[in-house]
Design a binder for this molecule. Structure first.
Ligand SMILES: [Zn+2]
Length: 433
């Protein structure tokens, strides 16, 4: 008996042509007019066939920075600035978090991501094993970073062994999950802990995921304390490598962007969260592009966004760049789309699976992670498709979502939808009671 899984998608449209797509064991094996009839290796694999109904085959989106379980915090502390939002609305409630809160909050996030065409994400949050379990049950992929903070109530060794235990747990999950070392930020993690994080990431071969340069105050404090700007400070600790992603980067200057490009680290911009928390700046994308920095797009957590719909954030990203630069050519549509689909950062798109083709997600050998867009969506009905996706569409144009060759949403129906809403509401009510 064969253990292989085969998916055949028929009657999809790619570049105006009707095509089929075949995947075997989660990897694309053929795309084209004749792909559906191609035989695949293995004896009698379990085959799922679905008719895309003339829907448009599209690369899926990758969310480069979020805190998935924070869907439970949606609608709390909305009118507060960053530090007051953290200190008054978030941290006191996080102290009450139980594993089931994180599980159902993450399931809610995954439901929203599947429905808006995101197939993988970079997460940083507490109770990381609960996040991993939820991601696996939802069928998505995630790189999960249990956060590293300086903890006044624990010794350095206690805190480190706790973190290493969480990373051990994550290593026990299947291929959809991988771990990251995630020091929260330079204003919550001291130099000794950042040095430890660098050593731990190297020892375990893990990426590093950190918030950086979200506010001007963070930059000023870094210069006052360390005598250098944040990117230079991280570089002095050997933290800038091709396996590092920096969330935000709003206040990076040109010299820092050149340093980041030289080291090959990624910057993940979160324009909606930045605007909502009023950080008084815009990630300098034109300078980053000129320097050659790998760039990704993230939503940040639903507590500070409040949506996980990357297509709506993509429009905000492109508009903010044009507006901030007073230049309608600040970001080409094709670049904006490539960034949202993870194609401008191999680290982000590969989601912990290095060596897979990241630059073209719809190609033979790539993971079978893609979407089928609704051919009847008014937003997609006339004009250039990339323009429609960047400037007109929201996640509702996504009809089907496929991850690892498995159909997670078919005609906008996701298994378990009702239960996820019910359980997430119960968990949120408990936290805020
Ligand atoms: Zn964040």
């Amino acid at each position: 008996m064969s253990g292989h899984r085969r998916l055949i998608v028929k009657n999809a449209v790619l570049d105006g042509e009707v095509v089929s797509l075949t995947a075997l064991d989660g990897l694309i094996t053929a795309i084209g007019p004749e792909a559906g009839s191609a035989s695949s290796p293995g004896d009698a694999p379990a085959t799922e066939t679905f008719n895309a109904g003339g829907g448009i085959l599209s690369p899926s989106l990758v969310n480069g920075h979020t805190h998935a379980a924070m869907t439970l915090f949606r609608g709390h502390g909305d009118d507060l600035p960053l530090m007051r939002w953290l200190q008054e609305a978030i941290w006191p409630v996080e102290a009450k978090l139980e594993p089931e809160d994180v599980y159902w909050g993450t399931r809610l996030a995954c439901l929203e991501m599947i429905r808006s065409g995101t197939t993988g994400f970079w997460d940083m949050y507490w109770q990381s094993a609960s996040t991993a379990r939820a991601v696996e049950d939802a069928g998505l992929r995630a790189v999960i970073g249990p956060p590293l903070f300086d903890a006044p109530d624990k010794t350095f060794e206690e805190r480190n062994s706790e973190l290493e235990g969480w990373l051990d747990e994550l290593a026990g999950f299947g291929g959809h999950i991988s771990g990251a070392v995630a020091p929260h930020a330079i204003y919550t993690v001291g130099t000794a802990s950042l040095e430890y994080a660098v050593g731990l990431a190297e020892e375990r071969g893990l990426p590093i995921h950190i918030h950086l340069s979200e506010t001007e105050g963070e930059v000023d404090d870094c210069v006052a304390t360390h005598g250098m700007r944040p990117a230079a400070y991280l570089d002095s600790l050997d933290m800038l490598t091709p396996k590092t992603t920096l969330a935000h980067g709003v206040w990076l200057d040109r010299e820092e962007l050149e340093l980041i490009a030289d080291r090959g680290a990624t910057v993940t911009t979160n324009p909606v969260a930045n605007m909502k928390l009023a950080v008084d700046g815009v990630f300098p994308y034109p300078d980053a592009a000129r320097a050659g920095v790998p760039v990704a797009l993230g939503t940040d957590g639903a507590g500070s966004n409040n949506s996980l719909d990357l297509l709506t954030d993509l429009k905000v990203f492109a508009l903010a760049q044009r507006h901030n630069a007073a230049d309608a050519e600040a970001i080409p549509m094709s670049e904006a789309w490539a960034i949202a689909t993870g194609q401008r950062s191999e680290l982000i798109r590969s989601l912990g699976r290095p060596g897979l083709p990241a630059s073209d997600p719809l190609t033979v050998g790539a993971p079978a992670d893609f979407t089928v867009l609704d051919p009847k969506a008014p937003e997609l009905s006339v004009g250039d498709l990339t323009s429609a996706l960047v400037y007109a569409a929201s996640g509702t144009v996504v009809k089907d979502t496929v991850v690892d060759g498995k159909v997670l949403m078919r005609n906008r129906q996701v298994e378990g939808h009702e239960e996820i809403l019910t359980r997430a509401r119960e968990r949120a009510a408990r936290l805020f009671s």
